[in-house]
Design a protein around this ligand. Structure first.
Ligand SMILES: *Cc1c(COP(=O)(O)O)cnc(C)c1O
Length: 350
């Protein structure tokens, strides 16, 4: 199967599995796992923060981040379509009594700072206390501009807010901008990174921040059930990913770009602004959208098909897989056209 649904479908390579099999381990809840300790130290250095924490999922990393930033009755400002508002089952509200204040993102994935300013609550008994701004980089594959990151940083300093970056795919952003991770993360208090997406690890996310912040986050992680024991097996997969699978994200970006051009050459509508990092969104006419997913699946291709179809490139997808997709899509369009001309002739003659 060629699986283009997400970069979460990537599987650990033989070399990564070998690294995992050789992991030195201990009980990480006691702080005894040398591989986890090494990973956390390396992640802190990489992101330019004092400390880092290894967690099983990005959802838990974002939840722990919010629980550490905000107390009960406090508020975070977040994108309407942001993962840590829309796609995390309301965890911050359910488990933290933290109020989200969602706002619409601009077309480039940024949260306009004048709008953010307008929803910050005054110090008044009627309101929740606004504590935190959350931005997402990349957002739907879009790389937030570096000057925006800097403006958001200065803005949050002026307003007395903390700034958290949901950086599930922040390595894609760093690679796309051709800068080290710390160039992006100098402009935030805390960030999360997913290791289990384009980086190819089976499990794992990181939360990075100040030493004091991470110390508190460690308690929250334990509370929500994220204290793992011999997690070094997973930490070695993560270390392997950070060492070997970051620079190669460029290939995924090139592949997405190539695919956008190839599909638009056969008349598939690539939605603006085109391929962004490792993602592209396609506008599929309703009568095609209904059949596309099933038709492709029968021929060995999985995708999140619909009127807006999302395709994600990753390390388990090669250029020749994408060539196959393009020729299948051509065939699909022909078969749909044949169907509709049969339907049309039925309508006329039948
Ligand atoms: C995938 C993702 C997460 C969390 O992912 P998990 O599936 O819980 O590991 C968080 N934020 C963004 C932007 C994501 O894409």
């Amino acid at each position: 199967m060629i699986d283009l649904r997400s970069d979460t479908v990537t599987r650990p390579s033989d070399a990564m599995r070998l690294a995992m099999s050789r992991a030195e381990v201990g009980d990480d809840v006691y702080g005894d796992d040398p591989s986890v300790n090494l990973l956390e130290q390396e992640a802190a250095e990489l992101s330019g923060k004092e400390a880092a924490l290894f967690l099983p999922t990005g959802t838990q990393a974002n939840l722990v981040a919010l629980l550490t930033h905000c107390q009960r009755g406090e508020e975070y400002i977040v994108g309407q379509k942001a993962h840590n508002y829309l796609f995390e089952a309301g965890g911050a509200a359910v488990l933290g009594s933290i109020q989200p204040q969602p706002i619409d993102a601009a077309a480039d994935g940024t949260l306009p700072l004048d709008v953010v300013a307008s929803v910050i609550k005054p110090d008044d008994v009627h309101f929740a206390r606004t504590k935190l701004l959350c931005i997402e980089n990349t957002h739907n594959g879009k790389v937030l501009p570096l000057d925006y990151l800097q403006q958001a940083w200065v803005f949050t300093r002026e307003k007395g807010l903390a700034l958290h970056v949901d950086g599930a795919r922040i390595m894609n952003a760093a690679v796309a901008l051709n800068v080290p991770l710390s160039t992006l993360t100098q402009y935030c208090d805390t960030l999360t990174i997913c290791l289990s997406k384009g980086l190819g690890a089976p499990i794992g996310s990181l939360l990075c921040g100040s030493a004091e912040y991470i110390k508190q986050a460690r308690r929250w992680r334990k509370m929500v059930g994220g204290g793992m024991r011999q997690a070094g097996i997973l930490a070695e997969a993560a270390r392997y990913a950070l060492l070997n699978n970051v620079e190669r994200l460029r290939e995924d970006h090139d592949n997405a770009q190539w695919l956008a051009n190839a599909l638009s050459a056969i008349g598939v509508e690539v939605m603006a602004p085109g391929a962004q990092t490792n993602m592209l969104f396609l506008k599929v006419p309703a009568h095609e959208a209904a059949q596309l997913g099933g038709w492709m699946k029968e021929r060995g291709v999985l995708m999140s098909a619909g009127p807006v179809t999302r395709i994600v490139t990753h390390l388990d997808v090669s250029r020749s897989d994408l060539e196959k997709l393009v020729s299948l899509w051509k065939e699909f369009k022909q078969s749909i056209n044949t169907q509709s001309s049969t339907t049309a002739s039925k309508a006329i003659y039948g």
